[in-house]
Design a protein around this ligand. Structure first.
Ligand SMILES: NC(=O)c1ccc[n+]([C@@H]2O[C@H](COP(=O)([O-])OP(=O)(O)OC[C@H]3O[C@@H](n4cnc5c(N)ncnc54)[C@H](O)[C@@H]3O)[C@@H](O)[C@H]2O)c1
Length: 356
């Protein structure tokens, strides 16, 4: 008999925050980026499918599964742009890793914070290959929940220190500036997207709106810029003007998903795109030319969540920031599931009826 088969390690929000603080945000992002990159380098080993989305008028709920043949992982995530008006977040998530050999979950974790970290880490990994050499200034359009994570990841991986922020809600920009104060940035709050992109080598768009918005128009994007487009990640939810796409070399995670959800939903289904994993494995070049406009059309793919859960699981081996959840029924004899309830009944005082 294997002891404690009922228990699954669970990382709560409280434990995730303690883990991030224990490791340090920048080190966490850098190490997580390493896990993402390692998994992108073994891309063909993974089961891949576009995420399973359930759309409503208000938002979307999605399941994102993958497996490398040894470990299976999935994330539950939502996207509801109007949520912040009621005090809820736009994006919340949790995820599970399981042992493929027996199907038993080996980790369950909060993933609202982890999604922000993995999204930012993936953006920064992509930018490592695509941003112009010597880039030191990034515009961030949309200063909500994801924005500080993006800033920290680009600082950790690319040394970005100058930020130009814009949000249609100035309070969001103030919040972002306040949170990043003292963390080594030189920050300019801007009053328009046009102003924010002036002099920026990297433009991150990370807005939330359930519509095809035009956050960036063609005239705002000069030669040589890298665009990190994070907010357009659903059918009918984009951020960039169509003409920008025609001038850019477009890099994506998993084309079958990005064609449904990304900026490229605006383009014909056969418009050429480059898969990031091929750039990371050296099969295709990333940035070739200082005047080239590169676009990472980020939508978020299951393998990034798998990498993030794998990273957290490895940290738990040395840092005990988790609790055991009594999550899996574990009868004394595997086929005696009903008998386990009867034994529980007998142990109750006074006994309660099982039927009814
Ligand atoms: N690609 C990915 O992997 C990935 C992962 C997580 C989140 N996202 C997406 O990123 C976006 C941002 O997520 P969040 O959690 O930060 O949302 P959020 O609601 O916390 O913040 C979004 C911000 O965008 C601002 N905004 C809206 N329209 C704007 C406009 N026209 N110009 C400037 N600012 C504008 C809002 O005022 C708000 O402050 C969402 O669309 C979300 O779905 C993508």
């Amino acid at each position: 008999m294997i002891p404690n088969l009922n228990l699954v390690p669970f990382v709560s929000v409280d434990h995730m925050m303690k883990l991030v603080l224990h490791i340090g945000v920048e080190r966490f992002l850098s190490e997580l980026a390493g896990y993402v990159e390692d998994d992108f380098r073994r891309w063909p080993a993974f089961d891949k499918t576009p995420r399973v989305a359930s759309h409503s008028a208000e938002g979307v709920i999605e399941l994102m599964p993958t497996s490398d043949g040894e470990v299976y992982g999935f994330k539950y995530v939502n996207g509801h742009p109007k949520n912040t008006r009621e005090g809820r977040q736009t994006v919340t998530a949790f995820g599970v890793l399981s042992d493929v050999a027996n199907g038993y979950p080996v980790l369950m974790s909060e993933m609202t914070i982890l999604t922000a970290l993995r999204t930012a880490a993936t953006s920064a990994v992509a930018a490592k290959y695509l941003a112009p050499q010597g880039a030191d200034c990034m515009a961030i359009i949309g200063n909500g929940a994801q924005s500080e994570f993006q800033a920290m990841a680009f600082k950790a991986l690319l040394g970005i220190r100058k930020l130009r922020l814009f949000d249609i809600d100035p309070q969001a920009t103030q919040k972002c500036m306040k949170n990043l104060h003292g963390l080594g940035f030189e920050i300019t709050a801007c009053t328009s997207t046009e102003q924010a992109v002036e002099g920026a080598h990297i433009i991150t768009t990370v807005t939330a709106d359930k519509q095809c918005a035009t956050i960036l128009t063609d005239n705002m994007v000069g030669a040589g810029v890298h665009i990190n487009a994070v907010g357009g990640d659903c059918p009918g939810k984009t951020e960039l003007h169509h003409d920008i796409l025609l001038r850019s070399d477009i890099f994506v995670e998993y084309p079958p998903q990005t064609r449904i959800e990304g900026e490229i939903q605006q383009l014909p289904a056969d418009h050429p795109v480059i898969e990031l994993w091929e750039v990371m494995t050296g099969q295709v070049s990333g940035r070739r030319d200082p005047r080239q406009i590169t676009l990472f059309d980020s939508v978020g793919f299951a393998i990034e969540d798998f990498s993030a859960l794998r990273y957290v699981r490895d940290q738990l081996r040395t840092v005990g920031l988790y609790q055991n959840l009594d999550m899996l029924a574990d009868p004394d004899e595997p086929r005696d599931l009903f008998g386990m309830i009867l034994r529980a009944q007998a142990a109750q005082t006074p006994p309660v009826a099982v039927g009814g």
